[in-house]
Design a protein around this ligand. Structure first.
Ligand SMILES: Nc1ncnc2c1ncn2[C@@H]1O[C@H](COP(=O)(O)OP(=O)(O)O)[C@@H](O)[C@H]1O
Ligand SMILES: N[C@@H](CCOP(=O)(O)O)C(=O)O
Length: 320
């Protein structure tokens, strides 16, 4: 579950008094998610999501995220629009923490995406990249390649504890990536966490919406594609589903064709993207006390994905 902050009826009433949303009709915590506390809020005016920002979200980054949501919604992209209070403010405070209300997006996420879902998701990602063009907010990727080695240095022992010998393997990976990381690909605003739980579909299987922009940043568009390939195209047995990956890329290219340089870079980008999620999962694993309410995600799932990419199989027609 991910409700770290309890909100009383009185607190909710006081909070909503600043808005023009009418009286609350229903309010309940949402179990899904790991980063922030999310609540489904229904008022006389409609359905909304109230988010209390916790953990990783740095308060100074929140205007970037909320303004991006507004920018994308203004351009017709299906993402939740932040709701301003009567004074026009979207970023507020609740229980001493930053908080915001955004629109509720209809749709359902899928646990086991089919190749057809991957195609739709790919198209939704390219649409996001195009809709984000011109957004003036800037946020460097604080979980990008230059940050991996320093992050790993804090958690080497945790890696060894999970799998003896792993720390040396990761050190070698990091050194290779530092040398070969593609640095001049087309870049812009990326989602950076475009996982199946953050993408909604209609009941007919068509792409419906994207949520959870709280890792969005400036980086290479193809890196976002690589994050997405890793999140959507591995089977439960750890194998990479090339058909699903090709579908995802074909869906992406319906809206934004990849350049030859972007295609060539995909194997290395996918290897790096696997490293990024291995490392943050490792850090969370290390920092989560036994018996905590929110179970950390398994770092070894991403270590296995990393191993697949390390082999440099011709997943996309090239070697990592
Ligand atoms: N705008 C939205 N519309 C509909 N549901 C949402 C919206 N935002 C969040 N949710 C719901 O809340 C859950 C957690 O949101 P998410 O942003 O992924 O949380 P976290 O950042 O904590 O991981 C989602 O799985 C979804 O069910
Ligand atoms: N997608 C990340 C964790 C972030 O969780 P989210 O609920 O905010 O998408 C991972 O799988 O490691």
């Amino acid at each position: 579950m991910a409700v770290y902050t309890d909100i009383t009826d009185q607190e909710l009433e006081g909070f909503l008094a600043d808005y023009d949303l009418g009286a609350p009709l229903a309010f309940k915590g949402i179990a899904e998610g790991v980063e922030n506390s999310n609540f489904l809020l229904e008022t006389e005016k409609g359905r909304y999501i109230l988010t209390v920002y916790e953990r990783r979200a740095r308060p100074e980054d929140l205007p970037y995220f909320l303004n991006l949501l507004g920018w994308l919604a203004d351009r017709g992209y299906p993402s939740a629009r932040p709701v301003p209070d009567q004074a026009g403010r979207t970023l507020k405070t609740l229980r001493g923490k930053p908080a915001a209300i955004v629109g509720f997006m209809p749709g359902l996420s899928v646990r086991k995406p089919s190749p057809a879902h991957c195609r739709e998701a790919g198209e939704g990602l390219a649409w996001l990249h195009l809709a984000g063009e011109g957004y003036e907010g800037r946020r460097a990727n604080d979980l990008g390649q230059p940050h991996w080695a320093p992050l790993f240095s804090k958690h080497r022992q945790a890696a060894e504890d999970l799998k003896p010998g792993l720390a040396a393997t990761i050190d070698k990976d990091l050194a290779e990536m530092a040398l070969a990381w593609p640095r001049s690909l087309p870049s812009g605003t990326i989602h950076a966490d475009y996982f199946p739980d953050n993408v909604f579909f209609r009941t007919d299987g068509k792409f419906a919406a994207t949520i959870d922009f709280y890792f969005a940043c400036d980086d290479a568009y193809a890196y976002d594609v690589a994050v997405t390939l890793n999140a959507w195209c591995f089977e439960a047995d750890g194998s990479f589903n090339v058909t699903a990956a090709q579908g995802l890329i074909a869906g992406y290219e319906r809206r934004r064709p990849l350049s030859p340089a972007e295609r060539d870079a995909l194997p290395m980008l996918a290897r790096g993207a696997a490293m990024r999620f291995f490392l943050t999962r490792l850090a969370d694993w290390n920092a989560t006390p036994a018996g905590a309410l929110v179970r950390p995600k398994d770092p070894l799932e991403y270590e296995r994905k990393l191993a697949v990419h390390r082999e440099g199989l011709s997943l996309f027609g090239g070697r990592a």
